[in-house]
Write a protein that binds this ligand. Structure first.
Ligand code: ZN
Length: 52
């Protein structure tokens, strides 16, 4: 089964995907979202993009 990296949109096998919980501000509330990435680097970059 294949999914797509939440950051770079590259196709990645489910078994190889890196799962990371993204924490971001949704209005006044902190929201969490579990995303799948092709690599831990993409997970870090996506988290940084949401923290900025
Ligand atoms: Zn990626």
């Amino acid at each position: 089964m294949e999914t797509r990296c939440a950051y770079c949109n590259k196709p990645v096998q489910r078994s190889e995907a890196v799962k990371s919980t993204l924490i971001y501000c949704n209005g006044a509330q902190l929201a969490r979202k579990e995303n799948e990435y092709c690599s831990s680097r993409c997970a870090e970059h996506d988290q940084m993009a949401h923290e900025a």
